[in-house]
Design a protein around this ligand. Structure first.
Ligand SMILES: [Fe+2]
Ligand SMILES: [Fe+2]
Length: 269
């Protein structure tokens, strides 16, 4: 591991306290007041900036500026993480959606309640801590549970369409995603990383994000969009399909925050 300190270690070392850190800087524990400042985005002004989106706005920028639109983007089948650089019009064309209708829906999404504020312009160390606590740690806990369900469905329904592909992909995720997150935490989410090392690391991580995105697409296809099979549904199939749908949303949000918000602030593309 490069660097002089690991901010995650600092977070664990000072429970109940924040860590004042500037990226590549020194860790300084600070008193925290009010809600958990490392996990709760600051309240953002509820301006209706969705009005400023156009057909040319990259999908990742839409999700970054207005995280409350993420659910809608998912519903519309628009890739806002690995394909986040595509303008909305191109992303809609790829997903077979009418861009005018999607823009109308986006502009009407301003009333969605409870969504997180934008992470744009925030301290990268704060965002890294959020990613670890909101996405990495839950995913590490969830993957063995998903793998166990997939193995059981594979044993009981292995001859059914899509089941072999689902099991194979879940095994791949269970093997590669923990290693990917370890690498992020050990090589990028640390202080003192040389800019050229950070850039190389982010390039490699983004390639792995593309592979993960392809795996999610495979799972969506193999489950027919997480539609329960009419003839052979059982409780384990129900649980697995629900877990895979939740995995899709969480992993897309997770990759989006890294590719489109965090990496650019650290000098990435
Ligand atoms: Fe991550
Ligand atoms: Fe990642």
């Amino acid at each position: 591991m490069s660097g002089t300190g690991n901010y995650l270690t600092a977070v664990k070392a000072f429970p109940g306290r924040g860590v004042t850190i500037s990226f590549l800087g020194v860790l300084v524990p600070t008193e925290r007041s009010g809600p958990d400042r490392l996990t709760s985005p600051r309240a953002q002004p509820r301006t209706m900036t969705t009005d400023t989106f156009s057909e040319l706005t990259p999908v990742g920028e839409i999700a970054a500026r207005e995280p409350r639109t993420v659910g809608l983007l998912l519903e519309q089948g628009l890739d806002f993480c690995c394909g986040g650089n595509l303008p909305l019009a191109e992303a809609c064309a790829a997903a077979g959606r009418d861009v005018s209708e999607v823009l109308e829906l986006l502009r009407g999404s301003g009333s969605v309640a409870g969504a997180e504020g934008s992470w744009l312009g925030r301290d990268p160390a704060e965002l890294m801590a959020h990613i670890v606590q909101r996405y990495h740690e839950p995913l590490r806990a969830e993957l063995p549970r998903i793998l166990e369900m997939a193995e059981r469905v594979g044993s009981a329904h292995g001859e059914r369409p899509g089941v072999a592909e689902i099991l194979s992909q879940v095994r791949v995720f269970a093997e590669i995603l923990p290693a990917h997150m370890d690498r992020e935490e050990q090589e990028l989410f640390v202080t003192g990383v040389a800019p050229e090392s950070a850039a190389a690391c982010m390039g490699a991580l983004e390639e792995e994000h593309v592979e993960a995105g392809d795996g999610l697409k495979l799972l969506r296809k193999a489950t027919d969009g997480f539609t329960l099979p009419a003839e052979w549904t059982c409780n384990t199939v129900r649980g697995l399909w629900a877990a895979l749908e939740a995995l899709e949303r969480d992993l897309m949000e997770h990759i989006h925050l890294e590719n489109n918000v965090l990496h650019p602030t650290l000098g990435g593309a």
